[in-house]
Every structure is written in structure tokens, then in C-alpha cells.
Write a protein that binds this ligand. Structure first.
Ligand code: SF4
Length: 120
């Protein structure tokens, strides 16, 4: 029986979850320790397909700051974070950039774009 303990990161309360494999449940897992349903959904997703939003910065030339904050506009699979960061670390853009501008479209075929988090 597969079982994993984790902290729910959906809100600052940080419930201590226990996710246990259970063939009788629809998702294949039962979750214990969650104070709300978001924690149950998070726990199951962590077992089936863990994903994360990425936030970082890239070099910007001609702006009034040396680096531009960026993020993914959707969560990407956790196992692609390292490769995604390699691409982000190589990005250089020229000012002006507007918040929401797409810097990399459909990064690593994830369906997520790297977008500017602010205007510079
Ligand atoms: S289970 Fe609900 S209350 Fe607990 S940390 Fe997750 S989102 Fe917050």
C-alpha cells in the first residue's frame, strides 16, 4: 500500500496530509488530515501529477532595473521545473516590456507560457 505524508501548500495553515492508496476510492487515493476539500484535491494531485507555478527573474536590457520578474501562467509538471529553469536562466529581453507579455510560448510543450510579472 502506497502512502505519503506531505504538507498542504494551498494556504498558509499548512495541514499535515497523509495520502494513502485505496483501490476502492474513485481517485485511487484517500486523504487524511485536511481541513478543507482543497487539501484533499492537492494531496491526490501530488500523487498523480504534481505541478507547480514557477516564479523567477530574467535579464532585461534598457530598463530601470537589471532583472524582470517572470512566472509561468499555468502550473507545469514538477519533473519539468529543472529544464524550465534552464530556459528561463538564458532569457534576455529588451525594455519596454508590459506585464503579461509572453516571453516563451508553450514552454517544454506544457501548455504554459513564461510571462512578465510586471511592466518595465
Ligand atoms: S487542507 Fe485546506 S486548510 Fe489545510 S492547508 Fe490545505 S487548503 Fe489550507
Amino acid at each position: 500500500m502506497k502512502k505519503k505524508e506531505m504538507i498542504c501548500i494551498v494556504c498558509p495553515i499548512g495541514c499535515h496530509l497523509e495520502v494513502i492508496e485505496d483501490a476502492t476510492s474513485e481517485s485511487g487515493y484517500i486523504v487524511k488530515g485536511h481541513k478543507c476539500d482543497k487539501g484533499r484535491v492537492y494531496g491526490i494531485k501530488e500523487m498523480i501529477n504534481p505541478t507547480r507555478l514557477i516564479t523567477s527573474t530574467v535579464i532585461i536590457k534598457g530598463g530601470n532595473l537589471p532583472r524582470l520578474p517572470v512566472r509561468t501562467d499555468k502550473e507545469i509538471p514538477k519533473n519539468k521545473i529543472f529544464d524550465c529553469m534552464k530556459i528561463i536562466n538564458e532569457i534576455e529581453v529588451e525594455a519596454p516590456i508590459k506585464m503579461g507579455d509572453i516571453l516563451v510560448e508553450n514552454i517544454l510543450e506544457t501548455g504554459s507560457n513564461i510571462v512578465a510579472s510586471r511592466s518595465l
